[in-house]
Design a protein around this ligand. Structure first.
Ligand SMILES: Cc1cc2nc3c(=O)[nH]c(=O)nc-3n(C[C@H](O)[C@H](O)[C@H](O)COP(=O)(O)OP(=O)(O)OC[C@H]3O[C@@H](n4cnc5c(N)ncnc54)[C@H](O)[C@@H]3O)c2cc1C
Ligand code: SF4
Length: 339
C-alpha cells in the first residue's frame, strides 16, 4: 500500500493568506488545488513538502467573468467539469471545453481544476512510479538521479506535457495571471510558460496562478479537440491535438494547431496550420490542404518513449488526428476520440 507522507495541510481563505504562507515556507511549501495529480505524486514520493497549502477556500480563484473588451476570465479553481459543461464556453472556445471534458473521468473532472491542469507536472513512464521502483532503476535526471532513461546521454528531462487544456489554451492565445509572495503580479502568454525541459515548473514554483484570460475570438473562429488514449476514459493522452480555424466568408483565414503528449512542452504545428490558410471550406482544395496539414504534422512530430504507448503507433496516429480534428473544427462536431 502506498502511504501519504506526513505534512501540515493549511487551508487559507484568501489569496493574500496563501501568498503569506508561501513567503513563510518557501521551498518547503506546495500548492494543492483539486489534488488529483499532486496526491498520487506525493504517495510516489516525488515531493516531500513540510506544508501543503490548499487553494480550495480562496474566493479570488473562482472567477468567471467577461470584461468590457470581451476578455473571458476563468479563475484557476474553475473545475474541469465546470468548463466541460459551460455551454457559452463551448461556443466561444470549443477546443478548451472539449479538452476539459476528455480529461480523466467524471470524478476527477469534478475535483481537478483548470489551474492544476495548466500547472500539471510533466509525465514519464520512468518517473511516475513508486520510490521503490525508481530506486531499483537508479532514479533519473528529473529526481535523485543523473541519467535519462528515455534519451541515453540526454542532458534535459524530456518527460511529456500531458495536460489536455494546454494546447487548447495555446490556440486561444490565453494569458496567465500569476501572483508572487512578494506582492508582484505578472501576466504571461501561455506560449512562454512551458519549456523544453521537463522540470519546467521549477521556474514558477512559489507563484500562484490566479486566472486564465482568453481574448475575444474573431467572429468566424471555430475549434475542436482530438485525443488519442488507451481507453475511452480515465487515461492521460497518448496524443492530444487542439485545432482552431478562423473562417472568413468561404475560406480559412487563419489556422492554429497545437499538440500535447509529445515532449516537455505542447508543440505548435506551424506548417500544418499554414497549409490550411487561404483554402476554401469544401471540395478538392480543402481535401488537398487537410492532407498537406496532416503530412506536415507527421514530419514535425516524433513521439518519444517517455509515456506508455508505442512511439511509432503514436506517430502514425498524428495525421489521422489532424485530418479528423480539422474537419471536426470546420463542421463544429468535436471532440474527436478515435477509440
Ligand atoms: C487516473 C488519472 C487520469 C488522469 N487523466 C488526465 C488526462 O487525461 N488529462 C489531463 O490533462 N490530466 C489528467 N490527470 C491529471 C489531473 O487529474 C488533471 O490534470 C487535473 O486538471 C489536475 O488539477 P488539480 O486541480 O487536481 O491539480 P493538483 O493535483 O492539485 O495540482 C497539480 C499541480 O499544479 C500545481 N497547482 C495547482 N493549482 C495551482 C495554481 N493555481 N497555481 C500554481 N500551481 C498550481 C500543484 O502544486 C501541482 O504541482 C489524470 C489524473 C489521474 C489520477
Ligand atoms: S524523461 Fe528522462 S529524466 Fe525525465 S522523467 Fe523520464 S527518464 Fe527521467
Amino acid at each position: 500500500m502506498l502511504r501519504m507522507p506526513t505534512f501540515a495541510l493549511v487551508e487559507p481563505a484568501s489569496l493574500d493568506a496563501v501568498l503569506a504562507l508561501l513567503a513563510e515556507h518557501g521551498d518547503q511549501a506546495l500548492l494543492i488545488a483539486g489534488g488529483t495529480d499532486l496526491l498520487p505524486n506525493l504517495k510516489h514520493e516525488l515531493h516531500a513538502p513540510r506544508v501543503v497549502v490548499s487553494l480550495a477556500r480562496v474566493p479570488e480563484l473562482a472567477a468567471r467573468r467577461e470584461e468590457a473588451d470581451g476578455t473571458l476570465v476563468l479563475g484557476a479553481m474553475r473545475t474541469l467539469h465546470e468548463l466541460a459543461t459551460d455551454t457559452a464556453l463551448a461556443k466561444r472556445a470549443p477546443a478548451l471545453a472539449q479538452a476539459a471534458g476528455l480529461v480523466a473521468g467524471p470524478q476527477l473532472r469534478r475535483m481537478g481544476t483548470l489551474g492544476g491542469n495548466v500547472m500539471l507536472d510533466t509525465r514519464c513512464q520512468w518517473i511516475n512510479q513508486t520510490y521503490f521502483w525508481r530506486q531499483a532503476l537508479g532514479f533519473c535526471l528529473k529526481k535523485d538521479g543523473t541519467r535519462c532513461h528515455v534519451v541515453e546521454g540526454g542532458a534535459n528531462c524530456v518527460a511529456a506535457a500531458s495536460n489536455d487544456s494546454a494546447p487548447a489554451l495555446m490556440t486561444l492565445g490565453a494569458r496567465l495571471l500569476f501572483a508572487a509572495p512578494d506582492g508582484g503580479r505578472r501576466e504571461v502568454p501561455i506560449d512562454e510558460l512551458y519549456s523544453a525541459d521537463g522540470i519546467w515548473n521549477k521556474k514558477v514554483h512559489g507563484e500562484v496562478l490566479v486566472e486564465v484570460r482568453l481574448p475575444r475570438p474573431p467572429a468566424g473562429a471555430r475549434g475542436a479537440y482530438g485525443k488519442l488514449r488507451e481507453r475511452g476514459s480515465i487515461d492521460f493522452p497518448l496524443l492530444g491535438l487542439a485545432v482552431r480555424v478562423d473562417v472568413e466568408g468561404d475560406h480559412i483565414a487563419a489556422a492554429d494547431l497545437c499538440a500535447v503528449a509529445l515532449q516537455a512542452r505542447p508543440v505548435r504545428l506551424r506548417k500544418a496550420g499554414a497549409a490550411l490558410i487561404g483554402t476554401l471550406l469544401a471540395g478538392a482544395e480543402l481535401d488537398d490542404a487537410v492532407e498537406r496539414a496532416a503530412q506536415a504534422a507527421w514530419q514535425q512530430c516524433r513521439p518519444l518513449a517517455n509515456i506508455p504507448g508505442d512511439p511509432e503507433y503514436r506517430r502514425e496516429m498524428i495525421p489521422v488526428l489532424v485530418r479528423r480534428t480539422v474537419r471536426a473544427a470546420l463542421a463544429s462536431t468535436g471532440p474527436v476520440h478515435p477509440l
